[in-house]
Design a protein around this ligand. Structure first.
Ligand code: BGC
Length: 362
């Protein structure tokens, strides 16, 4: 009797294999829609997290996923990967572009095939194939960094002047317009009044950009600035370096340490992403702050967007004015960035399960 019951049970499991959504395993695999996810690089922590979060969440929602990383920010590779996604029948494509303007041609095919395209974190420019954009409030990231410098240097009330330099990211990343713009909008009155001196004279976004957001490039530029302006603990004082993100901040920090700065006299250095090396620098006193953008929140939002589109409904958006990609404003969802210093990183990063204490060497 017991044996008969066991056999019956096995037979039931084998024939139905029912999934939560009521489909059988074979029909789920056959009918599941496929989503292409194109990420820029494996060499920066955040994009690995973005990619794996997206894959896990899309699969949990019942989609097949074609996740691709374009080597180390290789534009032709990204174009090829997106083309393959279109050709291999993806039903939707999510793209974090390396160069926001390099996908115009390939996306013409996506539009012809009626494949919705969602721009992930970075806006894709000059393409009417882009259906939606999901990102963080990039302008707010910049204002958070600018306000941090304003407070840390006590600019509202001090009467003497300070010396400062600026670093932003890749010239082909539309986000820099907002990161740099937000920070400059806060600091401009002080630059205009002469309270902030930028001894290098490098003040435009183009002059302070960093190709590919590369740590090495940022380090080289900071080393040059140190040499040409005499910055150093014993030399010309340097009060702050505004960096748009953590990968550039890490290069700047390396150069400042080489120049002899220590936690005791370190200039204010801003960042963004809460990458592990930068959080460790914050703990060591060699980076002052970062901006936390919880990649789980962005991935959740994009999965919900994809799901709505696949079910024929309108995705939720909260911004219809800010992001014009040259073909018109792209309906967007902006997640909220959060200011991070050593005062709140345990709560933000460890208690929320984003990192373990061991990840941060705590
Ligand atoms: C992202 C940042 C990131 C940077 C470098 C930007 O587009 O918004 O979070 O630090 O790219 O990868």
């Amino acid at each position: 009797m017991k044996k008969l019951l066991t056999m019956l049970l096995i037979a039931v499991i084998a024939t139905t294999s029912v999934f939560a959504n009521g489909q059988t395993e074979s029909s789920t695999a056959k009918d599941a829609k496929k989503v292409g996810v194109s990420m820029p690089t494996k060499s920066l922590q955040r994009w690995n997290q973005d990619g794996s979060n997206m894959k896990a969440k899309l699969e949990a929602a019942g989609y097949k996923v074609d996740l691709q990383y374009a080597g180390d920010n290789d534009i032709p590779t990204q174009v090829n990967q997106v083309e393959n996604m279109i050709m291999s029948g993806c039903d939707a494509i999510v793209i974090a572009a390396i160069d926001g303007s390099a996908l115009t041609e390939v996306l013409i095919e996506a539009k012809e095939e009626n494949i919705p395209v969602i721009a992930y974190d970075r806006l894709i420019m000059n393409s009417d194939a882009v259906s939606y954009y999901a990102t963080f409030d990039n302008y707010q990231v910049g204002t958070i960094q600018g306000q941090f410098v304003e407070n840390a240097l006590n600019l509202k009330s001090r009467t003497d002047s300070v010396n400062m330099e600026f670093f932003t990211g890749a010239p082909d990343d539309n986000n820099c317009v907002f990161f740099f713009g937000g920070a400059i909008d806060v600091l401009k009155p002080y630059i205009t009044s002469g309270q902030i001196n930028i001894l290098s004279g490098q003040t435009t976004r183009a002059q302070v950009s960093t190709p590919n957001w590369s740590t090495e490039e940022a380090q080289k530029r900071m080393e040059n600035l140190i040499t040409s302006n005499g910055y150093g603990p014993e030399g010309t004082k340097l009060d702050a370096v505004l960096c748009s993100n953590d990968s550039t901040a890490q290069g700047v920090t390396n150069a400042l340490i080489e120049a002899g700065y220590t936690a005791e006299n370190f200039p204010v250095v801003t960042g963004q992403d809460c990458d592990i090396p930068s959080v460790k620098n914050m703990i060591a006193g060699t980076q002052s702050m970062s901006v936390f953008k919880d990649t789980r929140t962005l991935a959740d939002k994009v999965v919900t967007m994809v799901d709505s589109l696949m079910k024929g409904s309108e995705p939720e958006i909260n911004d219809t004015t800010t992001y014009d990609n040259g073909t018109g404003v792209i309906p967007s969802y902006l997640c909220t960035p959060v200011f991070a210093t050593t005062d709140n990183i345990t709560e933000l990063l460890v208690d929320s399960g984003y990192y373990t204490k061991a990840d941060l060497g705590l």
